[in-house]
Ligand binder design. Structure first.
Ligand SMILES: [Zn+2]
Length: 340
């Protein structure tokens, strides 16, 4: 077992060993190898990162330096002592960017300097959730929701979609799952067009996401709207035998004549505001049971107008979504509280 004798969180860069550590190798000395436990890592802002590995040879404790590459120069930002060859250094990188790191074991009387491979750490901005937790509403009478205890099979009609559309659909669904636990199972592409000539779902499909032209391919998108989401419901039971309403088939149809910026960023400053990701999160939000909040709060994805903002479900959206997710309990076609 390796005993770690030193573990430190670095608050400020140390001056020790700034610059390169590569001393000229001394002939007839042993080469030093330094391992490090990862090649690349992505973390959220505010998360600690631990560099760990082994130094060989390390018959006695050796010092190691953790170095970061700042504009081409290696700068020591932390140190540790090895114990039975093992070292560990923990840092909390603050800046949202990708940095290169390496671990150096400076030379001793018997061994040359050793340098690990270079590793990268990418720091992503932590997601900021904004808005009013009271700004949410439900879409269907009886607060109908999907059964959270079975996956929702979905297909995507990409006939009129632009590139990257499927990635954004999956991204929007993953954002719902992250909030309320609803599970979605991708069944493939389809030619089904909700509100169009071919609107019969395959047996494995309960949700269809499609792009179409309002009035031409589909009747569900109101004139001038960017899209529409909805579904149909059925009377079911909760575990205790109370009557409830379940969404059994849903759709999100997007206006293919409006080309939104892809992804989930804030979107462009001019032209169509918002992103395809935001629009998908809104229309699929309807399909899973959210309506437009009465409280006008533009931080909510369910705000009825596309706005320039990062596509993140707002505080109100999240309260509403959680009431429609796994926490609300399974739904049953037959009353499970009565013997059959
Ligand atoms: Zn809407």
């Amino acid at each position: 077992m390796n005993v770690i004798v030193c573990q430190l969180v670095v608050a400020a860069a140390l001056t020790l060993g700034a610059g390169t550590a590569a001393a000229a190798p001394v002939p007839d000395q042993t080469a030093t190898t330094v391992t490090v436990n990862f090649a690349a890592k992505t973390v959220k802002s505010g998360t600690s990162v631990t560099f760990a590995g082994k130094v060989d040879p390390a018959s006695a404790a050796r010092t190691v330096w953790l170095q970061r590459n700042d504009a081409g120069a290696w700068r020591t930002i932390g140190t540790a002592r090895t114990a039975r060859a093992a070292y560990k250094v923990t840092i909390k990188p603050a800046k949202v960017r990708t940095d290169r790191y390496r671990v150096v074991a400076p030379g001793t009387a018997k061994a040359n300097t050793g340098i690990s491979r270079t590793t990268t750490v990418t720091v992503r901005a932590a997601t900021v959730v904004r808005g009013n937790p009271k700004a949410f509403a439900f879409m269907y009478p009886g607060r109908a929701r999907w059964n959270p205890c079975t996956p929702i099979g979905y297909r995507v009609n990409l006939t009129q979609a632009t590139s990257g559309a499927l990635t954004d659909v999956k991204g929007a669904l993953a954002r719902i799952t992250a909030v309320n636990g609803l599970r979605f199972a991708y069944r493939g592409t389809t030619n089904v067009m909700p509100g169009g000539r071919n609107d019969t779902y395959p047996g494995d499909t309960q949700l269809v996401v499609a792009w179409g032209r309002p009035g031409k391919d589909t009747s569900v998108i109101p004139v001038g709207a960017a899209g529409q989401g909805g579904g149909s419901t059925s009377s079911v039971y909760t575990r205790s035998g109370t009557t409830a309403w379940q969404v059994v088939e849903g759709y999100a149809v997007l206006n293919s004549t409006m080309r939104f910026a892809p992804g989930f960023g804030a979107g462009p400053k001019t032209g169509l505001q918002g992103t395809r990701g935001q629009l998908l999160m809104h229309e699929i939000g309807h399909a899973v049971g959210l309506g437009h909040p009465k409280i006008k709060d533009k931080w909510e994805i369910m705000y009825p107008t596309m706005t320039r903002k990062p596509a993140v479900y707002g505080k109100g959206d999240q309260v509403g979504l959680r009431a429609l997710g796994t926490g609300a309990g399974c739904l049953y076609a037959r009353d499970p509280s009565r013997p059959s």
